[in-house]
Design a binder for this molecule. Structure first.
Ligand SMILES: CC(C)(COP(=O)(O)OP(=O)(O)OC[C@H]1O[C@@H](n2cnc3c(N)ncnc32)[C@H](O)[C@@H]1OP(=O)(O)O)[C@@H](O)C(=O)NCCC(=O)NCCS
Length: 425
């Protein structure tokens, strides 16, 4: 049986189990509710954490609190008795599938609950296992009796340059998810505290994370932009609407991409390009106030082309062999909720784009052309990097989603989106 068939069977089994039995019984729900803290506080949890208050004016960059390993609790946070902590081994197909299913059914939705991110299994494996990842940082909560996975949170290591001067070893937190039936019971703070504890045990005290919601306190508030590649499908899914007095055929015409690539010799990144691509990235990212610093090993991990996960294309100077330009995007489909015709939207998310020998708009015209060729329905980007230089020209439309960037235990001045050089998956 292929991995895919295995996954499908597994998915079906899990779906059957969910249908047959409630996720947890009423007693557990009551127990969890009793863990509630002062609901009147603005941020009962975040107000206890080393993050700047929402109205704080940060004068000086740096850690908010300094602790040592002696200050770190040695045993896991306490969970209600019917739940247990587990470490998810994402090399194990069944456990990886459990994570996939939890996220596929419970992860981020748009405000109108019409779309839900559907991170694929290969994507999750890639996103959770960069160089020097720690298995211990892939944390789940299972119901003890049924072993059902009901919550997840992850951390991966990263070096982030802050304000162009400080190189900070930190983690990127991602895939925080609590099953829909266990929401608003203060389980998320327990997950956040537990991952913080495990990260602290490795002598790491800072983290970067993003969220759609506003918490204390964003480093930057960014906005999503969307470029239609398959306008008919996007309208049918109600992702976008037909503008007044515009026919479908006109909309299709308006959203055509270039028939051919514009950048001479543009081709997929290869391993041989990595030393040069790493230099190009380091130089490019040095102009941003918040940006990763990546080793060659990390560059290859994050940018190696992988079907339905990562697309990365480069232009190489034929004389020197140096990579002069790069465009990249990752594949993140969304489930279309309750649409009779379409089950999934295939979205490309802009990653790192650097133009030195060609105009940035030409490089991005190629990115759009290549995404269309790859059968993507939409190309998304944030207004970070220099993206605002091509957003208008390439007919991106503002979305209703915002994305806030945060740092844990590191105060720094609020930044414009254009000062941000970091993409979290
Ligand atoms: C995000 C999620 C885990 C929060 O769980 P919940 O059951 O809604 O909230 P809980 O009662 O457990 O906890 C509430 C606390 O978590 C905080 N919180 C909620 N979402 C958060 C987020 N994305 N990041 C950090 N903290 C968050 C709340 O601000 C609140 O703390 P406060 O009182 O200090 O403000 C849950 O809503 C979920 O799985 N949503 C779908 C996936 C998702 O959006 N994940 C986050 C991606 S950034």
């Amino acid at each position: 049986m292929s991995d895919d068939q295995n996954n499908n069977n597994n998915n079906n089994n899990v779906k059957e189990i969910i249908k047959k039995q409630p996720v947890v019984d009423k007693n557990i729900l009551n127990l969890l509710s009793s863990m509630n803290v002062d609901k009147n506080a603005a941020h009962a949890f975040w107000d206890t954490q080393p993050v700047p208050k929402i109205d704080a004016q940060v004068e000086k960059s740096g850690p908010i609190e300094v602790k040592t390993l002696d200050d770190v609790r040695k045993e896991p946070l306490t969970l209600p008795a019917l739940f247990e902590w587990v470490v998810l081994d994402v090399n194990d197909q069944v456990q990886l599938n459990d994570v996939y299913t939890l996220l596929n059914e419970n992860y981020v939705e748009d405000d109108d609950n019409m779309f839900r991110f559907d991170y694929s299994i290969p994507f999750l494996k890639w996103a959770l296992q960069p160089p020097h990842y720690l298995k211990d940082w892939h944390i789940g909560v299972r119901v003890k009796e049924s072993k059902k996975l009901v919550a997840f949170i992850s951390a991966i290591p990263a070096t982030i340059n802050v304000d162009k001067t400080d190189s900070v070893k930190m983690v990127e937190i991602n895939f925080l998810c609590v099953h829909k039936k266990l929401r608003e019971k203060r389980l998320a703070p327990v997950l956040i505290k537990e991952i913080t504890r495990r990260v602290n045990l490795q002598n790491i005290w800072q983290a970067a994370y993003t969220a759609g919601i506003v918490l204390p306190k964003p480093v930057a508030s960014c906005r999503y932009y969307h470029r239609s590649l398959n306008p008919k499908k996007l309208v049918e899914c109600k992702f976008s609407s037909l503008p007044p007095r515009v026919s479908m055929s006109l909309l299709i015409k308006l959203n055509r991409v270039e028939e051919n690539t514009k950048c001479p010799g543009i081709r997929p990144l290869t391993k041989a390009d990595v030393p040069s691509a790493t230099r190009l990235l380091a130089k490019y990212l040095s102009q941003y106030s918040l940006a990763p610093s990546m080793s060659e090993e990390e560059v290859w991990h994050w940018l190696a082309p992988q079907k339905n996960v990562m697309d990365c294309y480069v232009v190489v100077d034929p004389k020197t062999g140096e990579v002069t330009d790069m465009c990249s995007f990752y594949t993140l489909p969304s489930s279309v909720i309750g649409n009779p015709k379409h089950k999934t939207l295939k979205a490309a998310f802009s990653f790192y784009n650097i133009a030195t020998s060609v105009p940035l708009v030409d490089l991005m015209a190629d990115a759009l052309h290549l995404a269309k060729k790859g059968d993507f329905d939409v190309f998304n980007c944030l207004d970070i990097f220099e993206n605002s230089k091509f957003i208008k020209e390439h007919k991106f439309q503002p979305g209703d989603g915002n994305l806030q960037y945060y740092l844990y235990n590191y105060a720094t001045q609020t930044k414009d989106p254009s000062a941000m050089g970091l993409v979290l998956l």
